[in-house]
Design a protein around this ligand. Structure first.
Ligand SMILES: NC(=O)c1ccc[n+]([C@@H]2O[C@H](COP(=O)([O-])OP(=O)(O)OC[C@H]3O[C@@H](n4cnc5c(N)ncnc54)[C@H](O)[C@@H]3O)[C@@H](O)[C@H]2O)c1
Length: 352
């Protein structure tokens, strides 16, 4: 089993990574007056019996799968359920699912009685990113993750056994955040990924825990310096300014988060080349991601004006001007405002 320590101002905790580790670690999770496990319909179909076996005393609440979980309605239903089940300030909420469940359950835990215990048990590759660092949120129809909090878990137990049931599309989605971590922080890691992974079927191999661990270490290195995103933590949003906008424009859930972020990363790479002199073989990168099956082009029905308005609402915007994480070099991010004209040209260059 691998272990990564996450050090933040508000809390220090561990991420445990390995195959078939959850059962052995359940004793670390004793001591709460009550435990409510929030999971989603799909994950529950696969693993409800496992949850009942591992956590016989807990209560399980199942929410809709995907972004449909991150709504005001579902949030309220979770709070109602927790109240009726008698959760108190010594109780805990365990998130068992992907990033959507983690974000929702974390926001419930952060706000229920002003904050109760919270444990992340992620079941997607993408959640190597979302389960670490303490950002929790639900969506507003006008913007993603608009209502949320910084709320660190007590612990993250990342049992890679659960990743075996992930459909290919979700593997691809999650792997794009692994690629993001490599692009913003570690050129050698990027090289390794480009050499070792030449089809999406190779992602879920015995090397996966090592890739996830490296991704988590990179995330931890930003979060430990800047827990509340006053500065360098924002670099983790590489690819997300456009990514979130096209996700919102498509209607949350139509594109996966990772698909949208991949388009956003290619966009940010092109702009980095123009604006800050990035020297990187973008064409070779595109050939690689196409080999992995990424649809990186912006859907043909999307219009720049709408996307631009959505980008202006991004949380990194200052005075309504969208700002972007760009790369001076692979592994050297910076934040910059970008002229609307260049954004527009790059947008149309990338549209299907
Ligand atoms: N908090 C953060 O720091 C952070 C960072 C990145 C992304 N996010 C958020 O994470 C979300 C995306 O995460 P995600 O891609 O994990 O999405 P998700 O939770 O929607 O999961 C994707 C799909 O896979 C299914 N699934 C989950 N685990 C499975 C398993 N083991 N086997 C089979 N199916 C499974 C889910 O039911 C869902 O349909 C977005 O809402 C995004 O905003 C948050």
């Amino acid at each position: 089993m691998e272990k990564v320590e996450i050090l933040t101002k508000s809390k220090n905790y561990h991420v445990f990574i390995g195959e078939n580790i959850l059962q052995a670690l359940t004793t670390k999770l004793d001591g709460f007056s009550k435990v409510l496990i929030i999971t989603d319909e799909t994950v529950s179909e696969y693993y409800q019996n496992t949850l009942i076996e591992y956590f016989p005393k807990s209560i399980i609440y199942t929410v809709p799968s995907g972004e449909k979980a991150k709504t005001f309605n579902v949030y309220e239903e979770c709070i109602n359920f927790a109240l009726k089940a008698g959760l108190d300030r010594k109780s805990a909420i365990f998130a068992f699912g992907g990033g959507a469940v983690g974000d929702l359950a974390g926001f419930v835990a952060a706000t229920y009685m002003r904050g109760i215990g919270f444990v992340q048990i992620p079941t997607t590759i993408l959640a190597h990113d979302s389960a670490v660092g303490g950002k929790v949120a639900i969506n507003h129809p006008l913007g993603k993750n608009i209502v949320g909090a910084f709320y660190q878990p007590e612990m993250v137990i990342y049992d890679t056994l659960f990743l075996k049931s992930l459909p290919k599309r979700q593997i691809r989605s999650g792997f794009s955040e692994v690629i993001k971590h490599a692009l913003i922080a570690d050129p050698l890691f990027l090289k390794q990924l480009m050499q070792e992974v030449s089809s999406i079927d190779q992602v879920n191999s015995d090397k996966l825990p090592q890739y996830l661990k490296r991704g988590i270490e990179i995330k931890a290195s930003f979060v430990s310096i800047d827990e509340r995103e006053a500065g360098i933590r924002a670099f983790l949003n590489f690819g997300h300014t456009l990514g979130h906008a096209i996700e919102a424009n498509a209607g949350f859930g139509d594109l996966t988060h990772g698909e949208a972020v991949m388009s956003g990363m290619v966009f940010a790479l092109y702009i980095s080349e123009q604006n800050v002199g990035l020297e990187f073989n973008i064409q070779q990168f595109i050939q690689w991601i196409e080999m992995l099956g990424y649809e990186w082009k912006i859907p043909s029905y999307m219009k720049f004006d709408i996307i631009f308005e959505l980008m202006k609402r991004d949380k990194k915007s200052i005075n309504g001007n969208p700002s972007f994480v760009l790369l001076e070099e692979i592994g050297k991010p910076l934040m910059a405002e970008v002229e609307e004209q260049l954004l527009k040209e790059t947008f149309y260059k990338m549209r299907k």
